[in-house]
Design a protein around this ligand. Sequence first.
Ligand SMILES: Nc1ncnc2c1ncn2[C@@H]1O[C@H](COP(=O)(O)OP(=O)(O)OP(=O)(O)O)[C@@H](O)[C@H]1O
Length: 327
Amino acid sequence: MTDLADFTARLTALTDGRASAPRIKDGVMTLALDVGGLSPQQRDGLTAAIREGGLTVPDVTDVRIAMTAERKPTEERKPLRILAVASGKGGVGKSTLSANLAVALHRLGIKVGLVDADIYGPSQAKLMGSEDQKPVARDKKLVPVTGPIGIPMLSMAHLVEPGKALAWRGPMVGNALTQLIDAEWGDAELLVVDMPPGTGDIQLTMVQKHKPAGAVIVSTPQDLALIDATRAVSLFAQAGVPMVGLVENMAGYACPHCGEISDPFGQGGAESAAGDLSMPFLGRIPLAIDIRRQSDAGDPPAAGEGIHADAFRAIAQKVADWLKAAA
Ligand SMILES: Nc1ncnc2c1ncn2[C@@H]1O[C@H](COP(=O)(O)OP(=O)(O)OP(=O)(O)O)[C@@H](O)[C@H]1O
């Protein structure tokens, strides 16, 4: 056994001063680790050594490390741009798309962060398998948590107990969103922001205060969802936020046995709606049981291989091309 003071001294030597002072509460040790400039192997080696050491401190049963990358001087840093992922109505798969788009963009080499702006119904912590992590604050800024895939992220689910934010109104909600967006995002160059459905306070704060570089709209093939999508489009258009394009989710049902795709709601509706709205069509994701299962298990399909990963990658590539051209 090592006491906390010994461990802290060893930690400073081990990490070359990259770690914050560890704190212990209810048996959980938390600390922030600056992993800027480290290779994935160095990072993994360091976090494993910290965990191992932390668990030797009396009463510590868990060690949580929030990884961050120290800010580089402004001139070296790419400006942090925001990509809003929105839909007119709930349940169309906006959170699923946001998580998988972030993962696919990360795999394309873009330094992404992920913000769950759905203050009332946060779901990204579950989708990204980071529910057990808690962000720490440094210099009055939140330090995002890093889920198993290595994407820094923040969600209200990391900050308040489920259901606690339900009574919040306008300014509190706007402040909560601003805390998430203005967090210590290290060397991230793009924040994928999962917007809540509809066109309320959060959406207004988002477009007016945080000025997204672009917006991706998600819709299902049903007419009603498309009409709602049109409403979401006008919110961004009125605020001068450019449209990256429209994604059709739950487009056709992928049979889990033979893979054949059937189209209970018809085909091509979202693509022609995108045409009517003069915005690019970015692609379609089928309604597939694997997507739901993996999402529920915190294992985004875009992190693996196969047809679903390919579909998310193709959409991410179009988004990456758009961002490059708009830079
Ligand atoms: N392509 C898909 N195939 C199968 N299930 C899907 C697909 N997309 C989303 N789902 C499932 O549909 C449900 C709603 O998805 P999700 O939470 O992403 O929607 P949302 O638009 O973000 O909803 P909310 O507005 O409530 O935040 C989830 O259970 C999710 O796993």
